[in-house]
Ligand binder design. Sequence first.
Ligand code: FES
Length: 184
Amino acid sequence: MAETASAPEGAPESEETRRDFLLISTVAVGAVGTALAAWPFIDNMNPSKDVLALASTEINLAPIEEGQSITVVWRGKPVFVRRRTAKEIATAKTDDGATLKDRATDASRVQKAEWLVLVGICTHLGCIPLGQKAGDPRGEFGGWFCPCHGSHYDSSGRIRKGPAPKNLEVPPYKFLTDTSIRIG
Ligand code: FES
């Protein structure tokens, strides 16, 4: 009787194990490959340390005198903080009744009438308006003037004349004490 060649004992099991191993390796490499490929995107979505550090900005208001403005940087944007004079406050309140392109009362734009806090970016095409430094033109309404295309903002940061469609934005902020605020 002819002897049939038989596989060495355990061969089928080895073949199967080898196949399984190859399959598992492929899946594992695929998974690692996907994870590695995704990492730059995932990592990209995390804010960098310097951005996190500037997520909020605290400002000591004590050195700012009446009529003075300062500019601070918050999340890469200029923020204007102006300590308004009594006259500027009175004008801003009176102008609540004026014809306003982007209607808002002065009271809705400040937490304390003396302090006006605004993102210093023109709402037309993003220039930084003038009016922060002594001697800067403040436009026809005593607030800020954007020379790029001639937008005039009043002493509440509301758009009054020119192509800008919106008032200067009021960022989120809160008073920590009577003389300090945190923006963001
Ligand atoms: S960017 Fe300010 S008026 Fe155009």
